[in-house]
Design a protein around this ligand. Structure first.
Ligand SMILES: [Zn+2]
Length: 67
């Protein structure tokens, strides 16, 4: 499973990789909030406030063709 997090305002890609909940199990990344905190809870492109409510989180079983 892969996971993608985009800014809810400008669609900037904030995270792409292994599903975070699974990494939590592997103790690699704490959670989505920690990813957003790494950006200072602000989108580096448009400055929108980032929270788990405002970003778009997509979890995919297997990436076939990304557009
Ligand atoms: Zn943005």
């Amino acid at each position: 499973m892969s996971e993608k997090i985009n800014c809810g305002e400008c669609e900037m890609l904030l995270y792409y990789g292994e599903e975070i909940s699974r990494r939590l199990y592997m103790r690699a990344i704490p959670d989505e909030a920690a990813v957003l905190a790494a950006y200072g809870d602000k989108c580096p492109r448009c400055g929108a406030a980032l929270s788990t409510d405002t970003v778009k989180v997509q979890v995919k079983r297997r990436a076939t063709h990304e557009s």
